[in-house]
Design a protein around this ligand. Structure first.
Ligand code: NAD
Ligand code: ZN
Length: 525
């Protein structure tokens, strides 16, 4: 169990809930304000007033890092403004399960005792207005958490129950201010999806899947939806990349609008990356944007496409050329779905994991190598930690570069060449992940030829792809014939592409490489 942090504005119930929660879990309870007072021998309001906010926050951040560097399970209540310091907040999200308690400004004002002890709320003389102002200002910081609970409506026991089940779920979180969301990784647990949807409180549900997913997974998905008792509009699309089109998007819009959905409707995308990208884009535009939940059913969609909010569809000119950033409200990756996934599709999903490991995470790369055999055999016990680690690696990139103006482009490793091979094959010869495996090896060989990537690392990557049952090369003729498609890739700018360059295991940067130079490096002049 990770340490639990109770965060939230003053008077939202942290110090009431904290000891009860700790007792229930049988772990110690700590309060950062009390710790500060104990270690400084001074009262927090005095420290705040005398040191000023920046110095106080620095002191508080130091304490939080010291406390959470120790992974001992315990419940730690933060001060009301602790998470407003980005570095402190990030550290807490990385080392603990963060629960934000919320309450209305009226409740807060009624609960706080003497204003003299709450200097920040006393500013301006109207505590309700001041609370509202601070809550608005801090909303993005408070939203970056594993779970949000309102103590306006929930009693202490209900809050404790909810945190106990959070501990069992142990979700990951994508911290993007008010667009933050949790990712559940589980095995054969339809209730996780029910709960994730229930947390969204939708007015109705638009369930999007494809015919393969519908046939193979409907028992589990229906088991998750049935208890919700919500009105469901079902949209079943034809499967495959060739149907990742505007026509499929229109099918979703027609069904949703035909059913008269409103802005509180929730689109649930149950399927692989194709369904997720389509349903996400449909949701991004429907009524100018409704929420959606990702229910990835392929390995590729679990580790890659369901996380990060890229949505869209293909155009005759190239893949994913039209799209939008639209973050899901939740992701539920239930590895039970992989039971019916063809082994070739499963291997294709691992390609994206190798890609992100090579580019950003040497620990994950080593983990993949150690467990390659079990992963190639599709052993769930081996897959669970890999899926979590791969999602975590993607979160670390996306959280700092949601809209791909910088490091997120590293995730395009293998995709410049990969997309070209895929397009040349008419999206039928190679699966996306297979093309990415080939593309990664071809691109790394090219950047090795340019003197940027150690040749031994290219061999290491190729050996891992092969061990996972993935292709690592194509005939020269196919590569040459695929080349014209590189020019239509959206990573191109002018006569160059922005190419991820792996410089050592888990380390990479993006370089602008001229197309002629890249062509020479790939095809050998
Ligand atoms: N949005 C992003 O950030 C992002 C990232 C990577 C890839 N992608 C996109 O993802 C797509 C590829 O995703 P994919 O590999 O999941 O392909 P996919 O969605 O086409 O699924 C692969 C096949 O498996 C079937 N299937 C899905 N789940 C199944 C299950 N549990 N049991 C049996 N059959 C099942 C599907 O019907 C399909 O035939 C590409 O379009 C790619 O561009 C998007
Ligand atoms: Zn990809």
């Amino acid at each position: 169990m990770r340490p639990i942090v109770l965060s939230g504005f003053m008077a939202t119930g942290k110090s009431t809930v904290g000891p009860r929660l700790a007792a229930r879990l049988g772990v110690p309870f700590l309060d950062t304000d009390a710790e500060l007072e104990r270690t400084t021998g001074r009262r927090v309001p005095d420290l705040w007033r005398d040191e000023g906010e920046p110095a106080f926050r620095a002191r508080e951040g130091e304490l939080v890092r010291t406390l959470l560097a120790d992974a001992t399970p315990r419940v730690i209540a933060f001060g009301g403004g602790t998470v407003t310091t980005p570095r402190t907040r990030r550290y807490a999200l990385d080392h603990a399960l963060v629960v934000t308690l919320t309450a209305s400004p009226e409740t807060i004002s009624a609960r706080v005792g003497e204003l003299a002890l709450r200097p920040n709320l006393a500013v301006g003389g109207d505590p309700v207005a001041r609370a509202r102002e601070l809550l608005e200002e801090r909303a993005p910081a408070y939203a970056e958490c594993h779970l949000n609970l309102s103590t306006d409506t929930l009693g202490v026991d209900a809050v404790v129950d909810a945190v106990v089940s959070l501990v069992e779920r142990d979700p990951l979180v994508v911290p993007l201010g008010t667009r933050s969301y949790a990712i559940d990784v589980c095995v054969d647990a339809p209730s996780r999806l029910s709960e994730a949807i229930a947390r969204c409180k939708p007015s109705s549900i638009v369930l999007v899947s494809d015919s393969n997913v519908q046939r193979a997974r409907h028992v589990s998905i229906d088991a998750a939806l049935r208890p919700l008792g919500a009105r469901i509009t079902r949209v079943t699309l034809p499967p495959g990349e060739s149907h990742k089109t505007l026509a499929s998007i229109a099918t979703i819009w027609d069904a949703a609008l035909g059913a008269g959905v409103d802005r509180d409707a929730l689109v649930v995308a149950a399927g692989g990356g194709v369904v997720g990208d389509l349903a996400g884009f449909a949701a991004a535009c429907l009524l100018r944007g409704v929420r959606f939940v990702q229910v990835p059913t392929t390995l590729l969609s679990m580790v890659d496409s369901s996380v990060g909010g890229k949505t869209g569809f293909d155009h005759a000119v190239g893949k994913n050329l039209i799209g939008a950033f639209h973050q899901p409200s939740a992701v539920v990756a239930d590895l039970g779905h992989l039971a019916t996934l063809p082994p070739r599709e499963r291997a294709a999903g691992l390609a994206e994991v190798v890609k992100i490991a090579l580019a950003t995470d040497d620990g994950l790369l080593a983990q993949l190598e150690v467990h390659a055999k079990a992963l190639a055999n599709g052993e769930t016990a081996a897959l669970v930690p890999i899926v979590r680690a791969a999602i975590d690696a993607k979160i670390r990139i996306v959280r700092d570069d949601e809209r791909e103006s910088g490091p997120r482009a590293l995730l395009n490793l293998g995709h410049t060449v990969g997309h070209a091979i895929e397009a040349h094959g008419g999206y039928a010869r190679w699966l996306h992940g297979e093309a990415v495996a080939i593309g990664t090896v071809v691109e790394m060989r090219a950047t090795a030829a340019l003197g940027w990537t150690p040749p031994a690392l290219v061999d290491r990557g190729a050996a891992l792809f092969a061990a996972l049952g993935l292709p690592t090369h194509v005939e020269r003729a196919e590569l040459t014939a695929s080349w014209p498609f590189v020019g239509s890739d959206k990573k191109r700018s002018g006569d160059a592409v922005r190419l991820p360059v792996v410089t050592s295991a888990g380390a990479s940067h993006v370089a602008r490489v001229g197309l002629p130079a890249l062509r020479d490096a790939v095809l050998g002049g």
